[in-house]
Design a protein around this ligand. Sequence first.
Ligand code: SF4
Length: 354
Amino acid sequence: MPVQRRSILGLDLLQLEEFLIGLKQPKYRARQIFSWIYQKQVRDFSLMTDLSGELRKILQENFTCFDLLAEKESKSEDGTEKFLLKLYDANFVEAVSIPAVERTTGCISSQVGCKFACKFCASGALGFKRDLSVGEMLSEALFLKSHCAKRELTHIVFMGTGEPLDNYDNVLKAVRMINAPYGMNIGARRITISTCGIPPAIRKLAQEGLQIELSISLHAADDKKRSSLMPINKKYPLADLFSACKEYIEKTNRQITFEYILIKGLNSDLQSALNLSKILNTLKLAKVNLIPANPVDPALARKGWMEPPNKLEILMFKDKLIKSGVNVTLRRPRGADIEAACGQLRLRHAQKEE
Ligand code: SF4
């Protein structure tokens, strides 16, 4: 009976070394194999020419090396590229590359769908199907790396479909491989986990000894509004979330970035700015990214999806925060013309299939 092949991307260095030792191969071969995969971008074991023919054959028989196929891609006028990627079980996830002056960021998904049903997010609209494996997430990162070959992929954010801290162990293993010198060798400070805010997982993350960036979707500074946008807030209200944030900062001495989508008529007035400054000023190291809402689709907008406030309102909101001592940046929405907001391409694809 043929051996059931598994993804070699799901193995860390120790696991691959153990596999090789079992074959009576020297363990340094593990680093050679990873160098072919992660640095030279070779996905065919038969092309790994510094390995013996026999070892290449064994690898071929036991492992796959890449776990997805590009189904659709679209490129924005601002250079943002979005990919719909097909998984082995015909599920789809999205990955996005976002070029900027001195960096290229790869945004990857951590789950097929999402349980958390945030109102502003297209991913929640399709519900949750399953977690992504370590190999699938690394395949997304490697896909983006090879796709932007002319520009170095410098940053990775877990900000695509899914809640990364709800797939904690797999995401952490993928993070360590993206960071490892024998893996993708991307500095920890260039890797961001973006979460809707799950206090027990934030506390656990604080203990991992990682220098990664943590970003939390906040979007409202009072429980009523936040619960209306993000159902997770009913389970973990702001007091719980900020208590975990304080512990995280205490333990890691790392700044937390809060994402705040500015939504017309909901959270973009000056009282909301004041509430936001008060809550952020309770933390020693925090900053906020203001992101004007990116309407998903005229049809969804008619159903009550979000619209951005006008420019004056945005600037007044930002100014109020600055005057209250908050560290703030205003982000341009990227890839609006190609449905680059979270989950939109997958949502559109699923709607076509229905
Ligand atoms: S914003 Fe994140 S946590 Fe919320 S529904 Fe979308 S993918 Fe899930």
